[in-house]
Design a protein around this ligand. Structure first.
Ligand code: NAD
Length: 485
């Protein structure tokens, strides 16, 4: 399928058409939301083969990984959304203070309008479609922009979006120029997934129209391995999380801090599991992805000079292959520790204690560089709890890697440099909804207390009424006092 860039002149009319479609109210009914999500699911099923071919053509994504982490992941999110949509949309009744009785109150989720989705290349299907699923579930129109760096997949995605055949859902194809033009339009929400440099461009453009943003970014996500860990399982789970998609995963463990007594055992286990996954020569494995383009390949090649190669370290520029690599003896100020690696290179750093590991992570977080994910491996709950409590991150997984993003009941998002806002499941529905508070009054009683003229008597009554404790507060305090006795 051909990759055709959208002409700059077409972009404003496309956004205008989506806005006009939203204005008709067609996207609000649950029937439209359901039907559109079901249509996307059907299209994904019908187009599975060309999509998997496109992912392989772009950067050699194995079909198994492409299905599980892209298509299957999206279908599972659609199914979860369809199962819960009715309950998410239902207005929530809330209490009304005594002073405002007789009356009732509720909170209702309203669509915000036109949502712009800008996606990156590394999981090009799910990172475009999952935000779309959430935006559609919330009743919005959508303008989607896939990444130009995975052009085969981008062409398939735009064709899929066109096949939805709804004026409220549209796509723009292209790179920097087209995205710049897109960002010059007014949106009601922008969700951007990618690097923090471009995130600043997106946020500046959004500020012009006071458009809220969700920024899904990256950073260096640490894994901490305790001397009390199941070292073999830790090595296997870290190797899996790191080398899937050749390390081109936003939440891949970027580096490992391992307690000195188990350092050698851990590094040896990494070597064993890498060989088990990809064979003695991973270059011949059908299950190992390639680097997306030459600039990323050459950037990664330079990082191999840090520390000592303990496993791998083999490269082939012609096929953009970098073998699964483990580096030891890496220092905190080595180049490989100076940027998000985003490739199949895993530095392992020995630490004297869990406290030292936490201090290492927190030193970076103090400058705002808070990780997107944090992994802690120990058989001691107390140790894992300490890591989670003392070192922050967007999300975390205990004794595992990556899987926290697969649970639709958990929010997925970053903090500080790793992003702002979150989505997945209900969190995505909420991200693209305006929560509107509605108070309903009865006309049966209309005491004159709050109306002018303001008399001393009215003031006394209003002061009493407004500062009166909520009866539930009083009851809770009474219960507390009784327990103490
Ligand atoms: P990318 O190069 O594909 O860029 C992402 C999007 O930004 C593309 O659609 C691109 O067209 C657009 N873009 C690029 N330059 C632009 C500019 N100057 N102005 C406007 N738009 C522009 O992807 P990338 O940024 O290399 O993605 C990798 C980064 O994304 C890593 O840091 C990774 O950790 C992060 N990431 C985060 C998540 C997450 O969910 N938090 C997921 C995947 C990747």
């Amino acid at each position: 399928m051909d990759y055709t860039v959208t002409s700059l002149d077409e972009i404003a009319p496309k956004v205008g058409a989506a806005r006009a479609a939203f204005a008709t109210g067609s996207t609000k009914p649950i029937a439209w939301r359901r039907a559109t999500l079901e249509r996307i699911r059907t299209l994904l099923e019908e187009r599975e083969s060309p999509l998997l071919d496109a992912l392989a053509a772009d950067f050699g994504k194995p079909r198994f990984e492409a299905w599980t982490t892209e298509l299957g992941f999206t279908v599972s999110d659609i199914n979860h959304t369809l199962a819960h949509l009715g309950s998410w949309m239902r207005p929530r009744k809330v209490g009304t203070p005594l002073a405002f009785q007789p009356g009732s109150s509720y909170v209702v989720a309203e669509p915000v309008g036109v949502v712009c989705v800008i996606a990156p290349w590394n999981y090009p299907v799910q990172l475009l479609l999952l935000p779309m699923v959430a935006a559609i579930a919330a009743g919005n129109a959508v303008v989607a922009k896939p990444s130009e760096l995975a052009p085969h997949t981008a062409a398939e995605l735009v064709s899929l979006i066109e096949a939805i055949n709804d004026p409220a859902i549209t796509a723009v194809q292209g790179g920097v120029a087209e995205t710049t033009e897109l960002l010059a339009q007014r949106f009601d929400h922008i969700i951007y997934t990618g690097n923090s440099r471009v995130a600043r461009i997106v946020m500046r453009a959004a500020a012009e129209n006071l458009t809220p943003v969700t920024l899904e970014l990256g950073g260096k996500s640490p894994a901490i391995v305790s001397r009390h860990a199941n070292v073999d399982v830790a090595a296997r789970r870290i190797a899996w999380g790191k080398f899937i998609n050749a390390g081109q995963t936003c939440i891949a463990p970027d580096y490992v801090l391992v307690e000195q007594p188990v350092h050698d055992q851990f590094v040896a286990a990494l070597g064993t599991h890498i060989a088990e996954f990809y064979g003695a020569d991973p270059q011949t494995s059908p299950d190992f992805t390639r680097i997306v383009n030459d600039p990323h390949f050459h950037r990664l090649e330079k990082l191999l000079d840090s520390g000592t190669v303990a496993v791998g370290g083999i490269t082939d520029a012609d096929t953009r292959y970098i073998s699964p690599t483990v580096l030891t003896g890496v220092k905190g100020d080595d180049p490989v520790m100076g940027e998000e690696i985003f490739g199949p290179i895993l530095p392992v750093i020995a630490v004297a204690s869990i406290d030292e590991a936490i201090a290492f992570v927190n030193e970076r977080s103090a400058d705002g560089d808070k990780p997107l994910a944090l992994y802690t491996f120990s058989e001691s709950d107390r140790e894992n709890d300490q890591v989670i409590a003392e070192a922050t991150s967007g999300g975390a997984c205990v004794n595992g890697t990556l899987l926290h993003i697969s649970n639709p009941n958990l929010p997925f998002g970053g903090v500080g440099e790793s992003g702002m806002g979150a989505y997945h499941g209900k969190f995505g529905f909420d991200a693209f909804s305006h929560r509107r508070g509605v108070h309903t009054r009865s006309t049966k009683l209309d005491p004159s207390m709050m109306y002018p003229p303001y008399t001393a008597k009215k003031q006394t009554l209003v002061r009493k009424g407004m500062t009166m404790s909520d009866p539930r507060d009083v009851a809770a305090r009474l219960r507390g006092a009784l327990r103490r006795d």
